[in-house]
Write a protein that binds this ligand. Structure first.
Ligand SMILES: Cc1cc2nc3c(=O)[nH]c(=O)nc-3n(C[C@H](O)[C@H](O)[C@H](O)COP(=O)(O)O)c2cc1C
Length: 217
């Protein structure tokens, strides 16, 4: 069942419209990327259909101390969450993201485990996340996968190749260093900004590379 709670604090002009971006958080290391992605999408007033796998919740707990959807709502900001986020149980195979007739702006799996990546490559559709990825590909919508694994086996690489050939964007959680980051948050923002670029959602957290680094030394 969808869980949506329109906040009394959300003004009508703040309430986003249009189809949602499907965001899935799975059990790869990199929960901070998923949290930050939700924060920035909500800040941009983008409707979000959120699905978190059971291992995704485990990683949220382990890496950022988020124990529940309620904690995640607090991390995103209650008003922004209530205005933008509709969450679905990963076992709910009848939720809107399971059907191509429900319009979306595409789907991001961030972070994306090798398990979910393999399932998407196989069209397995055993959970809502897997089915939504399958639907996104068959409807020729944007599917962005943010894998985190190292090293990569030939099976991982073949799965990525298969997905890329089917139209998915493989966007590894591999931050660059040419902006001279001094904090983990900047590394996280680097990756999330690239995801937003591929969703055509405006972001100003990372300045596009202009050919040189501003530096005093
Ligand atoms: C602490 C921890 C870290 C993990 N990190 C990764 C990872 O970086 N990449 C990965 O592919 N799987 C990782 N896993 C394994 C996945 O969570 C596991 O394969 C899980 O079944 C994936 O399920 P899901 O895709 O439904 O979330 C990790 C598991 C744990 C407990």
């Amino acid at each position: 069942m969808p869980r949506r709670d329109m906040a009394s604090t959300a003004r009508p002009s703040d309430v986003p419209g249009g189809p949602p971006v499907v965001v899935a958080i799975t059990g790869a290391s990199g929960a901070p990327y998923g949290v930050r992605l939700l924060q920035l999408l909500a800040a941009a007033r983008t409707p979000i259909a959120l699905i978190v796998s059971a291992p995704g919740f485990r990683l949220l707990r382990t890496e950022v101390g988020i124990e529940s959807l309620a904690d995640l709502r607090t991390a995103i900001g209650a008003a922004a969450w209530d205005a933008c986020v509709t969450s679905y149980d990963n076992a709910d195979s009848g939720a809107p993201p399971a059907s191509g007739s429900a319009a979306t702006r595409g789907m991001v799996v961030c972070p994306c485990s090798m398990g979910t990546l393999a399932a998407a490559a196989a069209g397995a559709s055993r959970s809502l996340i897997e089915r939504a990825a399958d639907v996104t590909l068959k409807e020729r919508r944007r599917l962005i996968l943010v894998p985190r694994e190292t090293p990569l086996s030939i099976i991982h690489l073949q799965n990525m190749m298969r997905l890329a050939r089917a139209g998915a964007v493989i966007l590894p959680a591999a931050p660059g260093f040419y902006h001279r980051p001094t904090a983990v948050a900047q590394l996280v923002d680097f990756v999330v900004a690239r995801v937003l670029d591929h969703l055509a959602v405006a972001q100003s957290v990372v300045v596009p590379w202009g050919g040189s680094c501003a530096s005093s030394d």
